[in-house]
Every structure is written in structure tokens, then in C-alpha cells.
Design a protein around this ligand. Structure first.
Ligand SMILES: Nc1ncnc2c1ncn2[C@@H]1O[C@H](COP(=O)(O)OP(=O)(O)O)[C@@H](O)[C@H]1O
Ligand SMILES: [Mg+2]
Length: 219
């Protein structure tokens, strides 16, 4: 089992969107549980709107201190959605003690990098848990946006995914419609296949990272 925490103290970076859509693509091959430790309960709210239709399970009342117990459950992957803001620092630190990997979504804007780097240096690096940043909400109409964001992260020695996630309307529609990226079709939005492709790429990269670090993270 892999317990993966989705983190970034910055609100609106895309933690909940990434948690739910990564869960969707991973659940095509694995048994996936989403755990919402955010008091705002965004992923739980999303799941409520979905009713029984999600291809994975969502647990909303898990005390972060109890996460280690999840190892005894029959899931292959547990994705933990965490709160933004400094208030979430303690929660995040607790969650990390039970995690195998951390993914930090960030918007490409340089102004978002301050809180991102702070989350990494103050909480993620001290925890010793391997991490990768994923650049989210990439605007394909702004040609240099992704390149500039990648260059900035690289110059700060921030480890990142090679793949990124584009800004598509369908990614915004998910929580409202109670659907995840694998459930949208061309008739919902022309960008549905591209949105799906983005999350699939991140999932594939994640699995290849795990394959390479298996011995280190004891899986
Ligand atoms: N790749 C994306 N494309 C379009 N909208 C996005 C994308 N990722 C997130 N959003 C939107 O940005 C807002 C914040 O995302 P959310 O996942 O709630 O962030 P967080 O959980 O970090 O606060 C939401 O309205 C969400 O629909
Ligand atoms: Mg959220």
C-alpha cells in the first residue's frame, strides 16, 4: 500500500481537484481510498454530490493520528487531501508521519511559489518523505507560462513531475457535477480527453517513481 498525501499550504492550488482526479485514474487499476483530513471537507462534499457513482471510496472523518491504521485496510493506494493555510501545519506534519509520498500541486504563477517552498522546507523536507511538485492550471494560451514555472522551480532545486496539468473547464466542473475526470465525455466538454490525459500522465509518472524507490519506501 502507498499512502500519498496531497499538500500545499496555499489554498486554491488544486489539492482537492488533484486528489479526486488522481484517485479516479488510479482506480482504473487499483483499489483506492481518498481520506479527507481538511476541516473544510471539500473532497467529502464532492463525494456526496457523486453519491454512489465514484470509482473509489472516500472517508471523511479520519483523525490524522489514525492514518497509520489504514495500512491494515485492503486498499492499494490511499490519497490524503489536506487543508491549506498555516492552520493545517500540524495536521500536515501528523499526516506525513504515516505517508510514503507527498504531491504538492501549485499554480504556475511565481507568486504561488513562496507558500509552496515554505511548505516544502518547513514540513516536507523535515519529514523525510519523498515528494514531487506538480504544476497545475497551466494556461495553454500563454506559451511561456509552463517553461517559466519549470525553470523557476528547477533553479530553486524543487523536485517536480515532468508532466503538468492544464487549466480546463472540465477540471472545474467536477466538484459541481459530482464527477471525476474519467467520467466526463466529449459531450460535457471538448477538453475532456485532454484533461484525462493530464491526470493519467501524472499517475504513470508516480508509478514509475514508486517502482524506482520501492526499496526505500518499504512497499
Ligand atoms: N487544472 C485545473 N483546471 C481548471 N480549474 C482547476 C484546476 N485545478 C483546480 N481548479 C479549480 O481551482 C479551484 C481550487 O482548486 P482546489 O482543488 O479546490 O484547490 P485546494 O484544494 O488546493 O484549495 C477550484 O475551483 C477548482 O475547480
Ligand atoms: Mg481543498
Amino acid at each position: 500500500m502507498y499512502i500519498v498525501t496531497i499538500a500545499n499550504q496555499k489554498g486554491g492550488a488544486g489539492k482537492t481537484t488533484l486528489t479526486m482526479n488522481l484517485a479516479a485514474v488510479l482506480s482504473e487499476h487499483s483499489r483506492v481510498l481518498v481520506v479527507d483530513v481538511d476541516q473544510q471537507k471539500s473532497s467529502a462534499w464532492w463525494a456526496d454530490r457523486a453519491g454512489e457513482s465514484l470509482p473509489f471510496d472516500v472517508a471523511d472523518d479520519t483523525d490524522p493520528a489514525n492514518l497509520a491504521r489504514l495500512r491494515e485496510t485492503p486498499y492499494d493506494v490511499v490519497l490524503v487531501d489536506t487543508p491549506g493555510s498555516l492552520v493545517g501545519h500540524d495536521v500536515l506534519a501528523t499526516v506525513l508521519t504515516a505517508s510514503d509520498f507527498v504531491i504538492l500541486p501549485t499554480e504556475p504563477a511565481p507568486l504561488s511559489f513562496g507558500p509552496l517552498v515554505e511548505t516544502i522546507t518547513k514540513i516536507v523536507l523535515p519529514s523525510g518523505v519523498p515528494y514531487r511538485v506538480v504544476i497545475n492550471k497551466v494556461d495553454t494560451r500563454v506559451p511561456a507560462e509552463l517553461d517559466d514555472a519549470e525553470a523557476l522551480l528547477d533553479s530553486a532545486n524543487v523536485a517536480r513531475f515532468a508532466s503538468s496539468i492544464r487549466d480546463y473547464k472540465v477540471n472545474k466542473m467536477g466538484s459541481v457535477h459530482g464527477k471525476v475526470v474519467t467520467q466526463f465525455t466529449l459531450s460535457d466538454s471538448r477538453s475532456s480527453p485532454r484533461a484525462l490525459e493530464d491526470f493519467r500522465r501524472v499517475a504513470l509518472e508516480l508509478m514509475s517513481l514508486w517502482a524506482n524507490t520501492k526499496s526505500q519506501i518499504g512497499a
